[in-house]
Design a protein around this ligand. Structure first.
Ligand code: F6R
Length: 261
Protein backbone atom coordinates (compact mmCIF):
# COMPACT_ATOMS: atom_id res chain seq x y z
CA UNK A 1 0.00 0.00 0.00
CA UNK A 2 1.34 3.41 -0.93
CA UNK A 3 0.50 6.36 1.29
CA UNK A 4 0.91 9.84 -0.16
CA UNK A 5 0.64 12.88 2.11
CA UNK A 6 -0.35 16.04 0.27
CA UNK A 7 -0.57 19.57 1.68
CA UNK A 8 -4.32 20.00 1.13
CA UNK A 9 -7.48 18.68 -0.50
CA UNK A 10 -6.84 20.56 -3.76
CA UNK A 11 -3.42 18.99 -4.30
CA UNK A 12 -4.87 15.59 -3.41
CA UNK A 13 -7.52 16.13 -6.07
CA UNK A 14 -4.89 17.11 -8.61
CA UNK A 15 -2.73 14.08 -7.85
CA UNK A 16 -5.62 11.64 -8.27
CA UNK A 17 -6.93 13.40 -11.39
CA UNK A 18 -3.44 13.16 -12.90
CA UNK A 19 -3.48 9.40 -12.23
CA UNK A 20 -6.85 9.15 -13.98
CA UNK A 21 -5.58 11.25 -16.89
CA UNK A 22 -2.49 9.04 -17.28
CA UNK A 23 -4.69 5.97 -17.25
CA UNK A 24 -6.99 7.42 -19.91
CA UNK A 25 -4.04 8.35 -22.13
CA UNK A 26 -2.85 4.75 -21.90
CA UNK A 27 -6.33 3.19 -22.09
CA UNK A 28 -8.89 5.61 -23.57
CA UNK A 29 -11.88 3.38 -22.77
CA UNK A 30 -10.85 2.85 -19.14
CA UNK A 31 -13.62 2.13 -16.64
CA UNK A 32 -13.35 4.62 -13.79
CA UNK A 33 -15.08 3.72 -10.53
CA UNK A 34 -16.29 6.85 -8.79
CA UNK A 35 -17.44 7.68 -5.27
CA UNK A 36 -19.81 10.39 -4.11
CA UNK A 37 -19.62 12.56 -0.98
CA UNK A 38 -17.52 15.69 -0.47
CA UNK A 39 -14.01 14.26 -0.60
CA UNK A 40 -13.77 13.36 -4.31
CA UNK A 41 -15.03 16.73 -5.57
CA UNK A 42 -11.53 18.23 -6.03
CA UNK A 43 -10.64 15.16 -8.13
CA UNK A 44 -13.58 15.70 -10.45
CA UNK A 45 -12.83 19.43 -10.73
CA UNK A 46 -9.18 18.76 -11.54
CA UNK A 47 -10.07 16.06 -14.08
CA UNK A 48 -12.55 18.40 -15.77
CA UNK A 49 -9.76 21.01 -15.97
CA UNK A 50 -7.55 18.44 -17.76
CA UNK A 51 -10.37 17.72 -20.20
CA UNK A 52 -11.06 21.40 -20.88
CA UNK A 53 -7.35 22.07 -21.35
CA UNK A 54 -7.40 19.34 -24.02
CA UNK A 55 -4.70 17.21 -22.44
CA UNK A 56 -6.90 14.18 -21.93
CA UNK A 57 -9.68 12.74 -24.06
CA UNK A 58 -12.60 11.21 -22.18
CA UNK A 59 -14.79 10.52 -25.20
CA UNK A 60 -14.39 6.76 -24.73
CA UNK A 61 -14.11 6.73 -20.93
CA UNK A 62 -16.66 4.76 -18.93
CA UNK A 63 -17.89 5.51 -15.42
CA UNK A 64 -19.07 3.01 -12.77
CA UNK A 65 -20.97 3.88 -9.62
CA UNK A 66 -19.82 2.62 -6.23
CA UNK A 67 -23.02 2.73 -4.24
CA UNK A 68 -26.62 3.95 -4.28
CA UNK A 69 -29.43 4.67 -1.85
CA UNK A 70 -32.25 2.13 -1.91
CA UNK A 71 -35.67 3.58 -2.65
CA UNK A 72 -34.68 7.07 -3.84
CA UNK A 73 -36.01 7.57 -7.37
CA UNK A 74 -33.14 7.89 -9.88
CA UNK A 75 -34.20 11.49 -10.61
CA UNK A 76 -34.09 12.51 -6.90
CA UNK A 77 -31.35 15.17 -6.66
CA UNK A 78 -29.55 13.19 -3.94
CA UNK A 79 -29.70 9.78 -5.59
CA UNK A 80 -26.08 8.97 -6.29
CA UNK A 81 -26.92 8.54 -9.96
CA UNK A 82 -28.11 12.20 -10.02
CA UNK A 83 -25.12 13.36 -7.98
CA UNK A 84 -22.68 11.64 -10.32
CA UNK A 85 -24.44 12.98 -13.39
CA UNK A 86 -24.13 16.51 -11.94
CA UNK A 87 -20.63 16.28 -10.51
CA UNK A 88 -18.82 13.90 -12.85
CA UNK A 89 -20.56 13.12 -16.14
CA UNK A 90 -21.80 16.58 -17.12
CA UNK A 91 -18.58 18.46 -16.24
CA UNK A 92 -16.57 15.87 -18.16
CA UNK A 93 -18.99 15.80 -21.09
CA UNK A 94 -19.61 12.04 -20.72
CA UNK A 95 -23.06 10.73 -21.66
CA UNK A 96 -25.24 8.42 -19.57
CA UNK A 97 -24.65 5.69 -22.16
CA UNK A 98 -21.11 5.38 -20.74
CA UNK A 99 -22.39 5.13 -17.17
CA UNK A 100 -23.19 2.03 -15.16
CA UNK A 101 -24.68 1.72 -11.71
CA UNK A 102 -26.96 -0.46 -9.59
CA UNK A 103 -30.72 0.09 -9.70
CA UNK A 104 -31.67 1.43 -6.26
CA UNK A 105 -35.37 1.25 -7.10
CA UNK A 106 -35.48 -2.41 -8.21
CA UNK A 107 -38.19 -4.60 -6.65
CA UNK A 108 -35.68 -7.43 -6.58
CA UNK A 109 -32.81 -5.68 -4.80
CA UNK A 110 -30.64 -8.78 -4.51
CA UNK A 111 -31.14 -9.48 -8.22
CA UNK A 112 -30.11 -5.90 -9.02
CA UNK A 113 -26.95 -6.32 -6.92
CA UNK A 114 -25.99 -9.54 -8.62
CA UNK A 115 -26.73 -8.02 -12.03
CA UNK A 116 -24.41 -5.10 -11.22
CA UNK A 117 -21.52 -7.37 -10.22
CA UNK A 118 -22.01 -9.30 -13.47
CA UNK A 119 -22.14 -6.07 -15.49
CA UNK A 120 -18.87 -4.86 -13.94
CA UNK A 121 -17.16 -8.13 -14.83
CA UNK A 122 -18.60 -8.13 -18.36
CA UNK A 123 -17.33 -4.56 -18.81
CA UNK A 124 -13.82 -5.89 -18.16
CA UNK A 125 -13.59 -4.76 -14.54
CA UNK A 126 -12.87 -1.38 -13.01
CA UNK A 127 -9.46 0.06 -13.95
CA UNK A 128 -9.23 2.67 -11.21
CA UNK A 129 -11.63 2.81 -8.27
CA UNK A 130 -11.73 6.06 -6.33
CA UNK A 131 -12.90 5.75 -2.72
CA UNK A 132 -13.60 8.08 0.16
CA UNK A 133 -13.65 6.81 3.74
CA UNK A 134 -16.27 7.17 6.45
CA UNK A 135 -15.37 8.29 9.97
CA UNK A 136 -16.01 4.66 10.96
CA UNK A 137 -13.68 3.30 8.28
CA UNK A 138 -16.37 2.39 5.74
CA UNK A 139 -15.56 2.23 2.04
CA UNK A 140 -18.44 2.39 -0.36
CA UNK A 141 -21.17 1.73 2.18
CA UNK A 142 -19.50 -1.30 3.67
CA UNK A 143 -20.00 -0.43 7.29
CA UNK A 144 -17.93 -1.99 10.11
CA UNK A 145 -18.22 -5.79 10.27
CA UNK A 146 -18.89 -6.08 6.55
CA UNK A 147 -17.39 -9.25 5.16
CA UNK A 148 -14.00 -8.55 3.64
CA UNK A 149 -14.96 -10.72 0.66
CA UNK A 150 -18.48 -9.31 0.26
CA UNK A 151 -20.10 -8.77 -3.12
CA UNK A 152 -22.49 -6.01 -4.14
CA UNK A 153 -25.50 -6.21 -1.83
CA UNK A 154 -27.92 -4.25 0.31
CA UNK A 155 -26.56 -2.76 3.55
CA UNK A 156 -28.06 -0.81 6.43
CA UNK A 157 -26.31 2.48 7.20
CA UNK A 158 -25.11 3.16 10.73
CA UNK A 159 -26.74 6.09 12.47
CA UNK A 160 -23.38 7.89 12.38
CA UNK A 161 -23.26 7.64 8.58
CA UNK A 162 -26.84 8.88 8.31
CA UNK A 163 -25.98 11.82 10.56
CA UNK A 164 -22.82 12.49 8.49
CA UNK A 165 -24.89 12.47 5.27
CA UNK A 166 -27.78 14.58 6.57
CA UNK A 167 -25.96 17.65 5.20
CA UNK A 168 -26.96 16.52 1.70
CA UNK A 169 -30.63 16.38 2.79
CA UNK A 170 -30.91 19.93 4.22
CA UNK A 171 -29.70 18.65 7.59
CA UNK A 172 -32.73 16.38 7.94
CA UNK A 173 -31.39 13.03 9.15
CA UNK A 174 -34.85 11.46 8.79
CA UNK A 175 -34.66 12.07 5.05
CA UNK A 176 -31.47 9.98 4.72
CA UNK A 177 -32.42 6.48 3.59
CA UNK A 178 -31.54 3.61 5.93
CA UNK A 179 -30.58 1.24 3.14
CA UNK A 180 -28.08 1.32 0.33
CA UNK A 181 -26.71 -0.90 -2.39
CA UNK A 182 -22.94 -0.95 -2.26
CA UNK A 183 -20.22 -2.70 -4.15
CA UNK A 184 -18.91 -5.28 -1.71
CA UNK A 185 -15.38 -5.15 -0.36
CA UNK A 186 -14.53 -8.17 -2.51
CA UNK A 187 -15.99 -6.36 -5.53
CA UNK A 188 -13.98 -3.20 -4.78
CA UNK A 189 -10.78 -5.22 -4.39
CA UNK A 190 -11.21 -6.51 -7.97
CA UNK A 191 -10.45 -3.07 -9.38
CA UNK A 192 -6.98 -2.96 -10.89
CA UNK A 193 -5.98 0.16 -8.94
CA UNK A 194 -7.77 1.37 -5.82
CA UNK A 195 -7.22 4.96 -4.72
CA UNK A 196 -8.58 6.11 -1.37
CA UNK A 197 -8.67 9.86 -0.78
CA UNK A 198 -9.19 11.25 2.73
CA UNK A 199 -9.08 14.86 3.82
CA UNK A 200 -9.54 16.58 7.15
CA UNK A 201 -8.76 15.67 10.74
CA UNK A 202 -12.15 14.00 11.21
CA UNK A 203 -10.80 11.14 9.06
CA UNK A 204 -7.46 10.79 10.91
CA UNK A 205 -8.49 7.90 13.20
CA UNK A 206 -10.10 5.96 10.36
CA UNK A 207 -7.05 6.48 8.15
CA UNK A 208 -4.61 5.38 10.86
CA UNK A 209 -6.66 2.25 11.59
CA UNK A 210 -6.91 1.42 7.87
CA UNK A 211 -3.26 1.93 7.03
CA UNK A 212 -1.42 0.96 10.22
CA UNK A 213 -3.96 -1.19 12.06
CA UNK A 214 -4.79 -4.84 11.62
CA UNK A 215 -6.82 -6.05 8.65
CA UNK A 216 -10.20 -6.36 10.30
CA UNK A 217 -13.86 -6.23 9.35
CA UNK A 218 -14.29 -3.61 12.10
CA UNK A 219 -12.38 -1.25 9.80
CA UNK A 220 -13.51 -2.07 6.25
CA UNK A 221 -10.89 0.17 4.60
CA UNK A 222 -8.14 -1.95 6.18
CA UNK A 223 -8.98 -4.53 3.48
CA UNK A 224 -7.04 -2.32 1.06
CA UNK A 225 -3.90 -3.71 2.70
CA UNK A 226 -4.70 -6.91 0.79
CA UNK A 227 -4.74 -5.16 -2.61
CA UNK A 228 -1.63 -5.31 -4.81
CA UNK A 229 -2.07 -1.71 -6.03
CA UNK A 230 -3.74 0.45 -3.40
CA UNK A 231 -2.90 4.12 -2.97
CA UNK A 232 -4.03 6.17 0.01
CA UNK A 233 -3.87 9.93 -0.59
CA UNK A 234 -4.28 12.02 2.56
CA UNK A 235 -3.95 15.67 3.42
CA UNK A 236 -2.09 16.78 6.56
CA UNK A 237 -5.25 16.61 8.69
CA UNK A 238 -6.17 13.09 7.67
CA UNK A 239 -2.52 12.03 8.04
CA UNK A 240 -2.17 13.51 11.51
CA UNK A 241 -2.43 10.18 13.36
CA UNK A 242 -0.13 8.14 11.13
CA UNK A 243 2.92 6.88 13.03
CA UNK A 244 4.86 6.35 9.80
CA UNK A 245 4.05 9.77 8.34
CA UNK A 246 7.72 10.75 7.95
CA UNK A 247 8.51 7.50 6.18
CA UNK A 248 5.57 7.98 3.80
CA UNK A 249 6.70 11.54 3.05
CA UNK A 250 10.27 10.44 2.42
CA UNK A 251 9.21 7.54 0.18
CA UNK A 252 6.99 9.66 -2.04
CA UNK A 253 9.52 12.49 -2.25
CA UNK A 254 12.11 10.00 -3.53
CA UNK A 255 9.80 8.44 -6.12
CA UNK A 256 10.53 9.15 -9.79
CA UNK A 257 7.84 11.36 -11.36
CA UNK A 258 7.16 9.03 -14.27
CA UNK A 259 5.90 6.36 -11.89
CA UNK A 260 2.86 8.37 -10.82
CA UNK A 261 0.79 6.72 -8.12
C1 F6R B 1 -19.99 7.45 -1.14
C2 F6R B 1 -19.10 6.56 -0.43
C3 F6R B 1 -18.76 6.80 0.98
C4 F6R B 1 -18.04 8.13 1.19
C5 F6R B 1 -17.73 8.34 2.65
C6 F6R B 1 -17.03 9.66 2.91
O1 F6R B 1 -20.13 7.03 -2.50
O2 F6R B 1 -18.66 5.62 -1.01
O3 F6R B 1 -17.92 5.75 1.42
O4 F6R B 1 -16.87 8.12 0.43
O5 F6R B 1 -18.90 8.29 3.39
O6 F6R B 1 -17.88 10.71 2.55
P1 F6R B 1 -17.33 12.20 2.48
O7 F6R B 1 -16.34 12.24 1.37
O8 F6R B 1 -18.54 13.03 2.18
O9 F6R B 1 -16.72 12.48 3.80
Amino acid sequence: MEVVIVPDAKSGGELVAEAMARLLRRKPDALLGVATGSTPLPVYEALAAHVHAGDVDVSRARIAQLDEYVGLPAEHPESYRSVLRREVLEPLGIGMDAFMGPDGTAQDVQGACEAYDRALAEAGGVDLQLLGIGTDGHIGFNEPCSSLVSRTRIKTLTEQTRVDNARFFDGDVDAVPHHVITQGIGTILEARHVVLLATGEAKADAVAASVEGAVAAMCPASALQLHPHATVVVDEGAASKLKLADYFRHTFASKPDWQGI
